[in-house]
Ligand binder design. Structure first.
Ligand SMILES: [Zn+2]
Length: 476
């Protein structure tokens, strides 16, 4: 750490001077040089070097830009819910420099090579951060996976329960099993929403038949057992389908789920998981107060479950964080004010992910900064096959950087949100820790509350060739 390293070549385009670098291995004072969009020098503080532009980062920490492997921008088809333009601006404002966009909630869903092509042409030139896509595995398209893979998706996403929109049927166990064989053969990853459909559907029907329309009824309809059973089943199906079948569990909300994944990992299975800031910062009592803006699936859990999930995060059992940013127009939330079943389920969160992790994780819970970087930048990049180009402060990596002020306190007001609709369960939340500036490939896209990206700066990314580095877990 602190060694002076520099690639040879002409003078630097940019020198970020006086800041503190945060990598997976540690935190250290260094100056960082950028050439042609990549990190070209990591220098002892104050080292004399020629650069076209100098950025003063005194008092700021430099994190590798976050890689959010779970966003729904809903384009094409439901761009009025979000879209790549506003969604990627929100990402930039939150220090997220790469987003991986989900195959559902857009229409058509990304379940065929044709739909992938349509998505690529529709969103081209709209993003201010870099982006990649998940393909979709639904009830009838295992045969389409090789073409989706060839088209550049980072993996395929499947549901084990109803997905919230009728154009994205959940995968039966038969489809999952056959899909996992194909995923292993292609060397890609299955991204899995693990909730048991029979349990969630059965409880929802029972509670609604009893006249329950309150917020806690929604939480009751999706109990932890529905999530745990589906995680255990997914692990079993993957193990039986192919020992190399890679599986990633999205938005795990229970510590028992993380422990189930940990057991499989110890048995040598290539399995990983993410959790989301809202499962770590809200609880069922807060959900009952906030209502529809905090409705999501799995639901926000009771306080003891939240504390147990935190224990797993701090123990190093959880690979990664993701926002599961899933916004909608305000009326799709407010119609559930009195009857929670009527509200769209999804939390808008790409802009608040890093501030929440700094505030609740680093400041309140002692999450070490290098671990935050591993879980929010490096491991997501590994899981989707973009590491070490993304999620990494090292020579040759893309100069994707979030400059944060750990000490700055601020309150989230609706006008600060860059999303299409100013909806968030964190309006009014007082944060310690703020994103001051965001760079994508060495170019500033966000600074002091404003989007300043040049037009069409965000680029489409394919996974890097070759086998994927496994995510790093545990202490240290
Ligand atoms: Zn999602």
């Amino acid at each position: 750490m602190g060694a002076v390293t520099e690639t040879s070549g002409p003078r630097l385009n940019l020198l970020i001077r006086g800041g503190t670098l945060v990598g997976e291995q540690g935190v250290w004072a260094a100056d960082l040089g950028v050439r042609d969009g990549r990190i070209a020098a990591i220098l002892a503080p104050g080292e004399r070097v020629a650069a076209a532009e100098v950025l003063d980062a005194a008092g700021l920490h430099l994190l590798p830009g976050l890689v959010d492997q779970h966003v729904h921008f809903n384009e094409p088809g439901r761009t009025h819910w979000e879209g790549f333009e506003t969604g990627s601006r929100a990402a930039a404002a939150g220090g997220v420099t790469t987003v991986i966009e989900m195959p559902l909630n857009s229409h058509p869903p990304t379940t065929t090579a044709e739909a992938l092509e349509l998505k690529q042409t529709t969103v081209a030139g709209k993003a201010v951060v870099d982006y990649a896509f998940w393909g979709g595995l639904v009830d009838d398209n295992v045969a389409a996976l090789p073409a989706l893979h060839a088209g550049g998706v980072v993996g395929v996403k499947a549901f084990m329960s109803h997905a919230g929109t009728d154009d994205y049927p959940y995968a039966t166990d038969h489809v999952l099993f056959e899909g996992l064989k194909t995923v292993a053969r292609l060397g890609t990853v299955l991204d899995l929403h693990a909730e048991n459909d029979s349990l969630t559907r059965g409880y929802a029907e029972q509670l609604r038949a009893a006249g329950r329309i309150d917020r806690r009824a929604y939480a009751e309809s999706r109990p932890p057992v529905a999530e745990l059973e589906a995680i255990e089943r997914g692990i079993l199906l993957a193990r039986q389908a192919d020992p190399n079948a890679r599986i990633h569990f999205v938005h795990v909300s229970i510590g028992d789920g993380a422990r189930a994944v940990e057991r499989a990992r110890r048995d040598g299975q290539p399995v990983s998981l993410e959790t989301c800031p809202h499962y770590l910062t809200l609880d069922e009592d807060r959900f009952a107060e906030i209502g529809p803006d905090a409705k999501c699936a799995p639901p926000i859990r009771p306080r003891d479950v939240v504390e147990d999930l935190w224990a797993c995060v701090l123990e190093g059992l959880v690979d990664s964080f993701a926002s599961d940013h899933s916004p909608c127009p305000p009326e799709d939330k407010s119609r559930g004010d009195q009857d929670i079943w009527l509200a769209w389920g999804g939390v808008s969160g790409v802009q608040t992910m890093l501030p929440l992790l700094l505030d609740e994780g680093v400041h309140n819970r002692g999450l070490p900064l290098p671990r935050l970087v591993r879980m929010a930048s490096a491991n997501p990049a590994r899981i989707v096959g973009l590491w070490p180009r993304k999620g990494h402060l090292g020579l040759g990596a893309d100069a994707d950087i979030a400059l944060v002020d750990l000490a700055r306190t601020w309150t989230l007001e609706p006008n600060l949100l860059q999303t299409r609709h100013p909806v968030s369960p964190f309006i009014g939340y007082r944060f310690r820790g703020a994103v001051i500036q965001t760079l994508v490939r060495g170019v500033t896209v966000f600074r002091d509350g404003e989007i300043v990206a040049p037009p069409a700066h965000g680029q489409f990314l394919r996974p890097l060739p070759g086998p994927r580095a496994p995510p790093v877990v545990g202490h240290g």
